[in-house]
Design a protein around this ligand. Structure first.
Ligand SMILES: [Fe+2]
Ligand SMILES: [Fe+2]
Length: 428
C-alpha cells in the first residue's frame, strides 16, 4: 500500500486493481491523503487500525465490492462511512444492492477526473469527517443493535425466515390451533418431519417411549417448543446446505453447536434451572458464525486465518477485522426470525453473560456449556482457544471448584449422547 502523505485535509481509501487504484490516487494527489488496496481483504486489514473519510471501491474486486459495502454498512464503526462504488458495467440489480448497502454514489467507468472530483466534493459537502468523529467501539449498544438489525435485512443471500415456523407460530397464536392442525402443517415436508422426530426422540428430551406421532409430540412438548424445534431443523437444513469456501470448519461447527446444546441441557438439569430452553439455546448460540461465513465468505476466511496466525479467539478476530461479532449478528438474526426473546438474549450475550439485563441464568448456562465444550475439544468453534469462564457465572450458580468439576464430568459424559445424536441426524 502507498500513502501519499502531503497532509491534505481528508483521507480516502481506494480499493481497485493496482493500475486503477494507482491511477485514481494520482488523480486525487495534492488534494487528499490516499491509500490504495487491491482487494477487499487487504482493505479490511488496513481498516483494522485506520479510519478514512471516504471509500472508493470497485464492484468487481476480489472479495466482491458490494459485499464489502454490505459489511461496512453492518459494522457499527463504519456504517456512516461515505462510499463511491465504481463499476465497468453497472446493473440495475447491482445498483439496488449497493444502495441498500449504504453506497452514496455509483460511478461508471471510464470517468473523467472532474467527474470523480465532483462526486467527492458533493459527499464532503454533506458529511462530517469520519476520522475526526467517533473512534471504533464508541457507538452506544442500542445504536449498534439497531444498525446491525436494519442492515442485516438488506444482506443479499441471507436465509429467509423459516416459513413453516411462521405458520406454526400463527397457529399457536390463534384460537383454533390444535395438534391435528400442527401435524397437518408439518406433513408438508417429510424430511423436516423426520428431523423433528430425531430431535424429539434424542436423549435431549429423555422421553421413555418412542414419540412417533406429531400429535403426541405436540402434547408432550407444547406448541412453542415444537415451533422452536421446527425452526432449529430448518436452520440446520438451510444453513448447513451451502458451499462455504472460507476454511470455516462447518462440520466441526455443527458438532460444537450440538455438543454445546447437550451440555447446556445436562447442566441445566443438574442446576435445576431453564431446563426447557437449554437445549435450543445451546444449539443456536453461535448461529451468527454461519451467517458471516455464508454471506461474507472471503472476509470470514480472513477472520479464520487471523485466528490461526495470531492465536486469537474468533470473537476478537471478528471484532478486529469486521467490527462486529457472531454474537451480534446471530442475536439480530434471531430478532429478524422472531425467535423467542430468551434465545435472542442468550445468543447475543453468550460471551458476556453479565452484560445482559434479562435471561441471565439461561445466558450463563450457555456461556458455561460453550466453555466446557471447547475445553473438551468437541467440534470446532472456528479457532483453537478456550475462552475464559466468566467468574460471575460461577457466583450466579454458587459453584466452587468441586461443583464445577462435577458439571465438567457430567458434560464430558453427555458428549457421547451428542455423538449418537449427530450420527442419527446424518443417517437417512
Ligand atoms: Fe460464540
Ligand atoms: Fe460456541
Amino acid at each position: 500500500m502507498d500513502t501519499i502523505d502531503n497532509r491534505p485535509p481528508k483521507s480516502i481509501l481506494i480499493v481497485d486493481q493496482e493500475r486503477f487504484s494507482t491511477l485514481i490516487a494520482k488523480m486525487l494527489s495534492g488534494k487528499f491523503a490516499t491509500t490504495t488496496a487491491t482487494n477487499g481483504i487487504e482493505a479490511i486489514k488496513w481498516l483494522r487500525n485506520s479510519r478514512p473519510d471516504l471509500l472508493i471501491i470497485e464492484e468487481s474486486i476480489p472479495g466482491d465490492g458490494i459485499r464489502f459495502c454490505e459489511l461496512m454498512g453492518m459494522s457499527p464503526s463504519f456504517a456512516n462511512l461515505p462510499i463511491i462504488l465504481l463499476s465497468v458495467s453497472p446493473s440495475s440489480d447491482g445498483i439496488l444492492r449497493a444502495r441498500a448497502a449504504g453506497v452514496n454514489t455509483y460511478l461508471a467507468k471510464p470517468f473523467r477526473p472532474s467527474e470523480l472530483q465532483n462526486r467527492i466534493d458533493a459527499i464532503f459537502a454533506t458529511t462530517p469527517s469520519q476520522a475526526a468523529s467517533q473512534k471504533p467501539n464508541e457507538t452506544p449498544d442500542e445504536d449498534r443493535a439497531e444498525i446491525i438489525k436494519e442492515r442485516l435485512k438488506q444482506i443479499e443471500g441471507l436465509p429467509p425466515f423459516p416459513a413453516t415456523h411462521a405458520q406454526i407460530l400463527e397457529l399457536a397464536n390463534s384460537d383454533i390451533s390444535s395438534s391435528d392442525e400442527i401435524a397437518g402443517q408439518l406433513q408438508m415436508d417429510p424430511s423436516l418431519l423426520a428431523t423433528i422426530f430425531k430431535f424429539v426422540n434424542s436423549t435431549a428430551y429423555g422421553f421413555q417411549k418412542k414419540v412417533d406421532s406429531l400429535k403426541l409430540a405436540v402434547t408432550l412438548l407444547g406448541l412453542e417448543e415444537i415451533a422452536n424445534l421446527v425452526m432449529t431443523a430448518q436452520v440446520f437444513k438451510n444453513l448447513g446446505d451451502y458451499n462455504g469456501g472460507s476454511g470455516f470448519d462447518r462440520a466441526g461447527f455443527w458438532k460444537h453447536s450440538v455438543g454445546t446444546a447437550f451440555i447446556t441441557k445436562t447442566i441445566a438439569k443438574k442446576l435445576q434451572t431453564e431446563v426447557e430452553s437449554a437445549f435450543l439455546a445451546g444449539m443456536l448460540h453461535d448461529l451468527g458464525k454461519v451467517i458471516l461465513d455464508r454471506c461474507f465468505t472471503d472476509y470470514y476466511k480472513a477472520v479464520i486465518d487471523l485466528c490461526q496466525e495470531e492465536q486469537l479467539w474468533i470473537g476478537d478476530a471478528e471484532h478486529q477485522l469486521l467490527s462486529l461479532t457472531h454474537a451480534e449478528v446471530g442475536g439480530q438474526l434471531a430478532t429478524e426470525w422472531h425467535f423467542a426473546e430468551k434465545y435472542l438474549y442468550s445468543i447475543l450475550y453468550h460471551h458476556d453473560p453479565e452484560a445482559t439485563g434479562r435471561y441471565q441464568r439461561l445466558t450463563s448456562l450457555v456461556h458455561l456449556a460453550d466453555h466446557l465444550c471447547r475445553k473438551f475439544g468437541y467440534g470446532s468453534g472456528g479457532d483453537d482457544t478456550v475462552p475464559e469462564l466468566h467468574p460471575a457465572v460461577l457466583d450466579r450458580f454458587a459453584l466452587g471448584e468441586r461443583g464445577l468439576a462435577i458439571l465438567a464430568e457430567l458434560a464430558e459424559k453427555e458428549l457421547e449422547n451428542a455423538s449418537s445424536f449427530l450420527s442419527a441426524l446424518s443417517s437417512g
